[in-house]
Design a protein around this ligand. Sequence first.
Ligand code: AMP
Ligand code: ZN
Length: 118
Amino acid sequence: MDNCIFCKIIKGELPSEKFYEDDLMIVIADVNPRAKKHYLAIPKRHYKLFSEMTDEDADILGKCVRKIAELAPSLGLENGYRVIVNQGDDAEQTVPHLHLHLIGGQKLTLGSYVTDEK
Ligand code: AMP
Ligand code: ZN
């Protein structure tokens, strides 16, 4: 996708602090961390929403999740972490390329990643 910042990061056209890469995904630091540890796990294929996933995308995402579990201790997430996937406008998804926020390195209250407004 031409105008997608995550596709550009994946292609090496934009810089990132990269912690892991394989043929399916990258794991980078979020530029605006909301906790002591805040990573983005980004499957390489461009799509925005779960509703757009193919069967192959579902297989890939499963593999990515297993890899995340394997990487967690080396990312400083050995005591647990929160996974957040924002989907669409109400969730304020700002980058239209599916990504998993991996958040941890500290105790997380629910309020550390949800709005208090009802
Ligand atoms: P979301 O709001 O779920 O779409 O999350 C997008 C995330 O990408 C935000 O947490 C941003 O801080 C993060 N972000 C935006 N641009 C970059 C970038 N160039 N490198 C790393 N993280 C980024
Ligand atoms: Zn993209």
